[in-house]
Design a protein. Sequence first.
Length: 470
Amino acid sequence: MAEKGMKLAGPAWHTLLRVSFAVALLAATLTSVAPARADQVVTTVRVGASPRVVAVTPDGSKVYVANRISNTISVISTQSDTVVATVPVDSGPGAIHISPDGRRVYVPNRGGNTLSVIDTSTDSLLASVPVSIRPSALDTSPDGSKVYVVNERAGSVWVIDASTLAVLAKTRDGIGVAPHSIVVTPDGKKAYIANEVTNDVSVFSAESNAVITTIAVGSAPGSLRLTPDGAKLYVANQLSGTVSVINTASDTVTSTVAVGNAPHGVAISPDGKRGYVANEASNTISAIDTASDGVVSTIAVGTAPQRIHLSPDGRKAYVPNEGSNTVSVIDTEKQSVVQTIDVGSAPTSLIVRPDGTKVYVANRLSNDVSVISVEAAPAAPAPSPTPAPVSSQGETTSRGSLQPAGGAASGPGDAAVGAPVTGVGSGLLAGGPRVGLWEWVAFGAGLGGILLAGSYVGNQLRRKGQRWSN
């Protein structure tokens, strides 16, 4: 028997090697079956002529697009990613702001000198409110009761009652030349207005409806962004290549941060620890530590980056590059570009859905919106229970929280925010990473290999058993 056992050693080792290989193949397949799927454009939605700004409702069910040349607002359902309504407005819609409760959309029309008010329940024009010359931007009070409209050519700020749409105040004293943007503090007590020609920021009291002080900053201040707690205001100075940091308690400049050339858009991370600046002429993003107000990294992106948006969990930043027709995806932990996505022609603005599953990119020259599906990510910290409104410039949320913080999608057929995706491509387990077609093929091949190996072993053992019995 020992001699027969020795003769069987060779074939037995061959069988063992085959089984080991099959098991290793299956193990490798199971551990790599669901690599992270890259963000990708899943559809392109045709809209009006020259889309400049996009904004999303707090519940994430609709995206509104301002079409500058066709004088319309396109309404996109984020469930079907199709245009469900087109709302005519006055000439030159240049910005969009959605009320904190998501019930109204405000659009300042630069050519028509009016404020269009849209009812989101019917997606129809509710009113057209006459304002002053060339309204360029707006913001609302945190409770949505007041609307603040900046009139660039007139050098004024109008305060409008949101419920009656009556004009409550018209202020010119203390407003500089060419007011370009506005942001209201989280407590609703003050508003900050960037004056592009006089190189200063007007501080507007919401209680007295008057300018209480003026702060000198760099050359051609444009984008404004508050930290989530409202303690600091970051001002992008487009012609001086700097960012002015204002302490909102003292209303003084505490730091001037050198960044790239032509800083355009500013964003603040959801936790308030990082600021990001899109430098249009340098093709870079400057990352600022908000504790020290120093640049901690400079990230090369595409040509002519316009703005920057962060995902709700702050792990990714998306940058539309108008000159290269791409969107750069930045890993904020690695502080580097991890992906470059081709989109339409001249992307100028984008917005991230509140649940982080999609990105909508307005392409100015191709008259469309690219819809990017975002890869599955590990579980993020619990979002704030109160959704934040979308900014008046259609960039990040006006008070620095970058995206509406949460809430369940309420569009027809929408799943609850955070619900795991199901079906092929959703992962082996609910809530797991997504699995594509080739990963399933690899899994099937590995499983088939182990079954074939098992069959081979069984046949060999039966044959050897017959020999032993003989």
